[in-house]
Ligand binder design. Structure first.
Ligand code: SF4
Ligand code: SF4
Length: 339
């Protein structure tokens, strides 16, 4: 342990921790929103003890992943790799070793190094000899195993631990270049591609997955386009009956909740659309307002002339407006006197 080594190691761990803090803050922003995260960072710790503790815990977890666990997260903790196995079949493109070309593997003697046939235009005598010697192209140098971050031997076939980093492909290509053999002994291919030489990107399964994916994207686009900027919940206050007023109207008390999904604060107005003879009266009188990306609640009376009510339980339609523009409509029930 020299001072130089200590400085290097310390710097490495400081950098790891810095990256972990960045990732954990981004992760936290997914859960509680970016505004909230910025607020936690800016304001005193005492105001956000819970949020601050979450940041520290997440940062520490990510730091441990970087500094200690690494590929063990991919092989034993992360469920994604395990799920992927379910989706593979013999036609799936994966990082694969060409066992047809590579086996039987065996070390070559320097004197038998050959010209690459593809580059030379025709197969060299030495190359033919090596085939005649019944040795495959894999020279069993084990470089593909040494460079593998999860420590597997891809020559044993597709394995759960493979994270498709393609490091073994690059390492093997370099070896093939040095021994003047065609590259691609380890390549992106399917089992059928290797066995039959029939490599297809599109097969029934990929087409089916693509169709499902496009349907899901379509549904999502549709939902986004139909999504209203303000979500309104308008419910009759439980346990209360309708009341007959002196002016001949029937009133019901409601509770409303406004969820503003926009980045602007809004002043909201309610209007009765069906029947259009009634009035919507906010308790307290002031027009409801709702800040950007937040919600607000309140109570209101709806009053409808008795003659406009058809039965004891009526369906009514309320329009929600902001700056005179109709944002959305809400249906609710209105109780009148039983006829
Ligand atoms: S790097 Fe290529 S040649 Fe070397 S052992 Fe792996 S597959 Fe065989
Ligand atoms: S080096 Fe990468 S691609 Fe190759 S076997 Fe290992 S994890 Fe898979």
């Amino acid at each position: 342990m020299t001072s130089d080594k200590v400085i290097k190691r310390l710097s490495k761990h400081v950098i790891f921790y810095g990256i972990a803090v960045l990732i954990s803050n981004t992760f936290l922003a997914y859960i509680i929103g970016m505004d909230q995260v910025i607020q936690i960072i800016r304001e005193p710790v005492s105001l956000h003890a819970g949020g601050f503790a979450a940041m520290i815990i997440f940062s520490f977890i990510f730091y441990i992943v970087f500094a200690r666990l690494r590929e063990q997260v991919c092989t034993t903790i992360c469920p994604y790799g395990r799920l992927q196995g379910v989706m593979l079949d013999n036609k799936s493109l994966v990082v694969a070793y060409d066992f047809v070309r590579g086996e039987p593997r065996g070390k070559i003697q320097k004197s038998k190094l050959v010209q690459q046939p593809a580059l030379a235009g025709d197969a060299s005598e030495e190359y033919i000899n090596s085939v005649q010697n019944k040795l495959g192209d894999c020279i069993d140098c084990k470089l593909c195993i040494h460079v593998c971050p999860t420590g597997i031997d891809i020559r044993n076939g597709t394995q759960l631990e493979c994270v498709n980093c393609t490091a073994c492909m690059d390492a093997c290509d370099e070896v093939m270049e040095k021994v003047s053999r065609p590259k691609g002994l380890i390549r992106l291919d399917s089992i059928e591609g290797i066995e039959k030489g029939d490599r297809k990107i599109f097969n029934t399964r990929t087409i089916a997955y693509s169709v499902v994916l496009f349907v899901l994207i379509g549904v999502e686009v549709l939902l986004f386009s139909l999504r209203s900027d303000v979500e309104v919940l308008l419910l009759r206050t439980g346990g209360l009956l309708s009341q007959e007023q002196a002016d001949g109207t029937i009133s019901n008390l409601y509770n409303y909740q406004l969820i503003n999904k926009t980045n602007d604060s809004l002043i909201i107005e309610f209007k009765l659309l069906q029947p259009d003879t009634g009035i919507f009266e906010i308790v307290g009188g002031a027009k409801p307002s709702v800040n950007k990306n937040s919600k607000s609640e309140g109570a209101a009376f709806i009053k409808i002339p008795k003659n406009n009510l058809e039965s004891g339980k009526n369906k009514i339609l309320v329009g929600v407006y902001s700056e005179g523009k109709l944002i959305t409509k809400v249906k609710t029930t209105f109780f009148g006197p039983i006829k």
